[in-house]
Design a protein around this ligand. Structure first.
Ligand code: PLP
Length: 416
């Protein structure tokens, strides 16, 4: 038995792979883009039948009293279990962008005398745009300070050097979408607390991949998407976590679902108490229901085991890339220390896009490309095997050697 097969045969999470949909037409497909869109849990089909055929098809409007009304909170609580949050601190809402906006504006309005939002250059570009929008809605002096951490040897010091008592909010992606860099939650939260600044985390690339304990990590505010490692499906709603003691934070987009009694049809209805005040309009019932199976599997697997496998997979990939691909112009651009890394690995190559297209179109491997020169390989521990890791490195090598890269050099797909 080769070493990867041995690791697969002793992997305690190996059986979870069978609980995801795999296309029988593409039996040898290796999917390494679960950090962008997670695979579909097989249980989603039953949930879909239940929600669409039974609840909507047969129960119709009665569905609101049979689970739809509090679906944002009930699925939110399930995600809350993954985060170590208390009951009633997490809700689903819209998408990550809107959740980030709502939470950021809430903080800025509660700290009107502090004009600065601190973030870093490796944050998701759209998050930086959203933070600028939040500043625009909060007041004319508010602005975003973007610390350039792209080449910092110590990103944490670079960021914290810019933190001062003008900072209302620090907002960061826990794991960087590009390089996979992972901030130490507690270190940043503690430093911000010393100058009375709030921290708003984007957990999109970390939830379901690395362990998070909002209580021991000192997290007050977070948002995140559910379609990556939570496997909630394309366009699934995002989540907001607001610690229960943050009573002074108010949702800037008030609407009936965020009020104490939506069905009073009263335009003066006060905000709901707790996390529900961050809701605005009608929940996305069908997509919300589809989030459950993925989160339930992660809870069943246990985040400790999921993380342990994530580290083993990504570490193995890094070592094989160093060993077999560095002489062909590839370079690992993710942190080497797993403590500073999420569950994806970024690989530099001058022709990264062409390599990616050759892998997708000729080698049955799906990574993704981030301009100008990075490929990302996401290792979702519930459905990725050690054999997948080894085969991927071999197929990258083949794509270089058999001219595949040259064949795809001039292509430009709509979604990279
Ligand atoms: C870190 C991060 N934040 C936010 C988003 C955007 O989320 P949405 O489009 O759901 O608002 C993404 C999308 O990939 C992301 O990676």
């Amino acid at each position: 038995m080769n070493p990867a097969s041995h690791l697969d045969s002793t992997d305690p999470l190996a059986d979870f792979r069978n609980r995801f949909v795999h296309s029988s037409d593409e039996a040898d497909l290796i999917y390494l883009d679960g950090n962008s869109l997670g695979k579909q849990p097989t249980a989603v089909r039953q949930v879909l039948t239940q929600v669409v055929d039974h609840e909507w098809g047969e129960r119709l409007i009665r569905g609101w009293n049979e689970g739809w009304l509090d679906i944002s909170g009930s699925v939110g609580d399930l995600i809350g279990e993954l985060l170590g949050a208390q009951h009633g601190e997490v809700t689903l809402a819209e998408n990550t962008s809107v959740c980030l906006y709502k939470t950021a504006v809430a903080v800025l309005r509660s700290h009107p005398q502090r004009p600065t939002v601190l973030t870093d250059s490796e944050n998701f570009p759209s998050d930086i745009q959203i933070l600028r929008s939040a500043c625009g809605s909060a007041g004319s002096d508010h602005h975003v300070k973007v610390v350039d951490t792209s080449s910092a040897s110590d990103p944490t010091s670079a960021l914290l050097d810019a933190l001062d008592d003008s900072t209302a909010l620090v907002s960061l992606s826990h794991v960087s979408y590009k390089t996979g860099w992972r901030w130490n939650l507690k270190e940043i939260n503690d430093a911000a607390a010393k100058v009375d600044a709030q921290v708003l985390w984007d957990f999109s690339h970390s939830v379901g991949a690395v362990p998070i304990d909002v209580q021991s990590d000192g997290v007050t505010l977070a948002v995140g998407c559910t379609y990556k490692y939570l496997n909630g499906g394309p366009g699934a709603p995002a989540f907001i976590y607001v610690r229960s003691d943050q009573d002074d934070l108010a949702n800037p987009i008030t609407g009936w679902f965020g009020t104490a009694d939506p069905f009073s049809f009263d335009a003066s209805s006060p905000p709901a108490s707790g996390i529900e005040r961050f809701l605005t309009g009608t929940p996305h019932v069908v997509s919300a229901a589809l989030i459950r199976p993925g989160v339930e599997m992660l809870l069943e697997a246990g985040m400790e085991r999921v993380y342990e496998k994530s580290v083993s997979l990504s570490q193995r990939f890094i070592e094989l890339c160093d060993e077999r691909l560095s002489s062909s112009g590839f370079e690992v651009r993710s942190p080497r220390d797993p403590q500073n890394r999420g569950s994806h690995v970024a690989l530099f190559h001058p022709d990264a896009q062409a390599v990616g297209l050759a892998l997708i179109n000729e080698k049955s491997v799906i990574p993704d490309f981030r301009p100008p020169d990075l490929l990302r390989f996401g290792f979702a521990p519930l459905y990725t095997s050690f054999t997948d890791v080894d085969l991927t490195v071999s197929r990258i090598m083949e794509a270089v050697e058999d001219g595949g890269v040259d064949r795809w050099r001039n292509e430009n797909p709509l979604v990279p």
